[in-house]
Design a protein around this ligand. Structure first.
Ligand code: DC
Length: 220
């Protein structure tokens, strides 16, 4: 099989995939695609249209008019920069069922393949190595313990001035892990040919160096 020059970076919520993917892309001179942001933008579009997932004609209409674009590291819905609007707690709750919908996934996966299909991308998500780009030359499944992920997310939120109790942050991550890994369509799971990296005790720079090193050692 001809391998696509693309790094598929999958793993659970809060493991630091997007920060890692951005830095790996910078080091390689590649582009970076945040597929989670695309599902979040779709959830925001549905929220704004007042459409829920049971309304199939409404869903089809919103999906047909969906214009999601990543420019640099900013996410756009039409011409509007929605980078902040897609990160609210409400959208974070809503995106779980939206991203489990087969029709939503069909539309966004198609778009992701059109964006990354020529290679030269670092793509982060849940199903990149299993479904979106099964021919990616480098597949990383990034994990960390719930404690390590909750600790990092807790500090991030505190630094942003929106502190939440650690137990609540951990419970939210566990809820999302369960939903993402047990859904019927494209559940979060490690591709058979992915390498797993447990980043629990690692600094960000170490994780980035490990992935870049792995890619350079196995470029095809
Ligand atoms: O990585 P994130 O938290 O921004 O992702 C938002 C949601 O989208 C999350 O519930 C998982 C889901 N997602 C997905 O199902 N498939 C992807 N490729 C990326 C994200």
């Amino acid at each position: 099989m001809t391998r696509l020059a693309l790094i598929a970076l999958d793993g659970p919520s809060g493991v630091g995939k997007s920060t890692t993917a951005k830095r790996v892309a910078q080091q390689l001179g590649w582009d970076y695609l945040d597929t989670g942001a695309m599902y979040r933008a779709a959830a925001l579009a549905l929220r704004r249209a007042g459409i829920d997932l049971d309304d199939r004609p409404g869903l089809e209409r919103v999906l047909a008019g969906l214009r999601i674009q990543q420019r640099g590291i900013r996410e756009f819905l039409g011409d509007e920069d929605v980078s902040e609007a897609i990160r609210t707690p409400e959208i974070t709750r809503m995106v779980t069922p939206v991203s489990a919908d087969a029709r939503v996934r069909e539309v966004l996966v198609d778009q992701q393949r059109r964006i990354g299909g020529q290679g030269g991308w670092v793509v982060d998500g849940r199903d990149i190595g299993t479904v979106v780009f099964p021919d990616a030359c480098c597949k990383i499944f990034l994990t960390a313990s719930v404690e390590a992920r909750a600790g990092r997310r807790f500090k991030e939120l505190r630094d942003k001035g929106v502190p939440l109790p650690l137990a609540e942050v951990a419970a939210d991550l566990q809820r999302r892990d369960l939903a993402d890994s047990t859904r019927a369509v494209s559940p979060l799971c490690k591709a058979a040919d992915a390498v797993e990296l447990d980043s629990s005790g690692m600094a960000l720079a170490e994780v980035v160096d490990w992935i870049v090193g792995r890619h350079r050692a196995h470029p095809k």
